[in-house]
Design a protein around this ligand. Structure first.
Ligand SMILES: *[C@@H]1O[C@H](CO)[C@@H](O)[C@H](O)[C@H]1NC(C)=O
Length: 657
């Protein structure tokens, strides 16, 4: 029985069957734009420093209009309007002694024994908190950025450094995951040189530091932290929780399956101050649950188990944000990535469900059936749910239970029960995600920007499909925002300025969220693009403003059907037929280059007194046709040829301009 229960909790890796993912071919974007095109025509800007790598920490400051950047031995302050202009930089190298120690510990002096700035948070009205690896000697500093309306300032007092242990990773290859709440930093990080003591840590502020139980694989088992968010639970701040997103080795996996990585969501209460007699200065409210992102299939589910990044999309109801996550597979058989969306209600439900329990070393993990002590572990001490005012007042049985049962039995499933968007064997994997909720003519759409390990950004929209609440993802654009193809390490949006900022090992890039002009010069092309940022304004494809008069704004994100929206628009160029004249026996080349990679070109022509002939070329074929004028045709002319573009998934077509 035990074996079956464990197997049900963690199924082995299922092979990916074509039937599961419907052909399993990577979907092409509607539009692919090269670095050169983006730079020349679409407002791409780039920032890089001499002899500096590893841009990783990005912080958007809308009020000051600055983008703060952390990199190797550097902090920079850039203008949000144009990152390539008026940059302020400061050097923050690791001291020579630390670099030597780092080198003696066997690390590479040139690539590892540097100060890689990993973390930037807005600390107060005048200062940022910055932390870096400090040549395997984590260190933090307060960076003075001045008051909001002053000239941009960037100053660092190297004599006033703070200990960065438990805040920044030691190893430049590790990521920092943290959130600053008030004056307190919550971080998920390895807190030792060897990278073995992983901890969820609260530091700075007035209260004593708090951490997870050290070296207890039930709490954390070689985790890789991804993101940390502060999410309120009710109007009462005593119920506030901090959520940690990470991946780790599954303790609950059957040993026969070997090491298995799973993704997790962990929670702690903001007002946790540790236990009184046991779990002193340790979390008493820590719980974790598995985060599943998989495609159901007849032969077993296909799991995307490696959480790579998570974005919290705040909605009007501030305790129920949406969580957009990117995952990759751990499979050696195929390379796949997926986007899954989670609701906070589903996360909370898992923490209110049964606890996972293991009776002893020879037993299997099961759902705990015994009595759960009161107050239920994971609940914050607050007036909302009980009478306890501090975790130090929790009864001993609560503390003991919490210590032994950090794992929940139920997993958190994605909305709709499956990924929103999948890309398989595309030659890249997803590394980063950020999202923007956009008001369009026919409702709200979530636009996702997905960074890849090939230096590209994918723009995906979530469109409703049938009754599914979160619908399906549609790949609109593939943007080559960097000259090289190093992995994207961080992305931030400025909604005020409508810009996306992207960091990689080699540079920082900036691109507008909307690239409407790239969709083409016809109403139908603009409409078929299905970009909620763009609409046809009667003369061009431009940024959609929800406030503008409706009849001047043509947009159909849901269906992308131009036949009704763009008909009767005789003024626009796409409806002009092209007449091509020739002589008998002569020939002519005709060219039709649709902007969309998903477009199919159909060539039709009609001879006097005959039915229409249609000839089709696929999307991969060059959209060039040679027409030879054969007899018997009137010597003076060919009949006019009309070239049609159509999208197979829509059945809609329009003439090629
Ligand atoms: C912000 O914090 C820094 C570092 O603790 C401190 O020196 C500075 O005075 C603070 N500024 C304000 C406006 O509180």
């Amino acid at each position: 029985m035990g074996q079956a229960a464990a197997a049900a909790m963690i199924p082995g890796l299922a092979l990916l069957w074509a039937a599961v993912l419907g052909g399993a071919a990577p979907s092409p974007p509607r539009l692919r734009l090269s670095f050169q095109e983006l730079q020349a025509q679409h407002g791409l800007r780039t920032f890089r420093l001499e002899r500096t790598c590893c841009y990783e920490a990005l912080l958007v400051d809308e009020e000051r209009g600055r983008l703060f950047v952390g990199a190797e031995n550097r902090v920079a302050s850039l203008s949000l309007d144009d990152i390539s202009k008026r940059a302020k930089k400061l050097a923050w190298p690791a001291p020579v002694e630390w670099r030597e120690e780092c080198n003696w510990a066997g690390k590479d002096i040139g690539t590892e024994c540097m100060n890689f700035v990993k973390l930037l948070h807005a600390y107060n009205r005048t200062h940022l908190l910055a932390c870096g690896t400090g040549a395997f000697h984590p260190t933090c500093a307060f960076v003075e950025v001045g008051h909001r309306l002053e000239e941009p300032t960037l100053r660092l007092d190297l004599r006033r450094l703070e200990d960065g242990k438990g805040k920044s990773p030691y190893d430049p290859r590790h990521r920092a995951a943290s959130v600053l709440v008030g004056k307190e930093l919550y971080s998920g990080v390895a807190a030792d040189l060897m990278g073995r003591d992983f901890t969820i840590f609260r530091s700075l502020g007035q209260r004593p530091s708090l951490r997870t139980e050290p070296h207890d694989s039930r709490w954390l088992n070689e985790p890789k932290f991804v993101k940390v968010f502060w999410i309120p639970e009710s109007e009462n701040p005593d119920d506030d929780k901090i959520y940690f997103f990470f991946r780790e080795s599954a303790v609950e996996a059957s040993p026969s399956l070997g090491r298995q990585t799973v993704s997790r969501v962990g929670q702690i209460c903001r007002n946790d101050v540790g236990g009184q007699r046991s779990l002193v200065n340790k979390w008493t409210t820590f719980l974790k649950a598995r985060l599943v992102c998989s495609v159901p299939g007849v032969e077993g589910d296909t799991h995307f188990d490696h959480l790579q990044d998570m974005f919290l999309l705040s909605l009007r109801d501030r305790w129920s944000p949406l969580l957009y996550a990117v995952f990759s597979t751990s499979s050696t058989i195929f390379q796949g990535s997926a986007v899954c969306v989670y609701s906070m209600n589903d996360v909370r439900r898992a923490f209110l469900g049964p606890f996972a329990h293991k009776e002893g070393p020879m037993h299997q993990w099961v759902s705990y059936q015994g009595r759960v002590p009161y107050p239920r572990p994971g609940m914050c001490p607050s007036k909302t749910f009980g009478t306890f005012s501090s975790t130090k007042d929790f009864p001993d049985d609560v503390i003991q239970f919490a210590r032994n049962h950090p794992l929940m039995y139920n997993s958190v499933l994605p909305m709709g029960g499956r990924p929103l968007f999948i890309q398989v064997d595309a030659g890249y994997t997803f590394t980063q995600i950020t999202a923007d909720r956009v008001a369009a003519a026919d409702g709200h759409y979530d636009v996702l920007f997905i960074g890849t390990d090939a230096g590209t950004v994918l723009k995906v929209i979530s469109v409703p499909k049938g009754s599914q609440p979160n619908g399906e993802g549609l790949l609109l654009e593939e943007l080559h925002v960097f000259e090289d193809s190093s992995a994207i390490t961080s992305m931030q949006i400025s909604s005020k300025r409508h810009q996306l900022y992207i960091a990689s090992r080699s540079a920082v890039a900036q691109i507008p969220l909307h690239l409407c002009a790239a969709h083409g010069r016809a109403c139908a092309e603009c409409c078929l693009a299905r970009d909620p940022y763009c609409a046809w304004d009667g003369a061009a494809c431009t940024r959609f403003q929800p406030s503008a008069k409706r009849r001047f704004r043509r947009q159909d994100v849901r269906n992308g059907d131009p036949s009704t929206l763009c008909s009767g628009d005789s003024s626009h160029p796409a409806l002009l037929e092209r007449k091509v004249f020739g002589v008998e026996g002569g020939s002519a080349f005709l060219e039709c280059e649709p902007r969309s990679l998903q477009a199919r070109v159909e060539w039709t022509f009609q001879r006097a007194g005959e039915a229409t002939h249609t000839q089709t070329t696929g999307p991969s074929a060059p959209n060039l046709q040679r027409y030879t004028c054969e007899s018997p045709l009137p010597a003076h002319a060919w009949p006019p040829l009309t070239l049609y573009l159509s999208w197979p998934d829509l059945g809609a077509g329009f003439p090629c301009s």
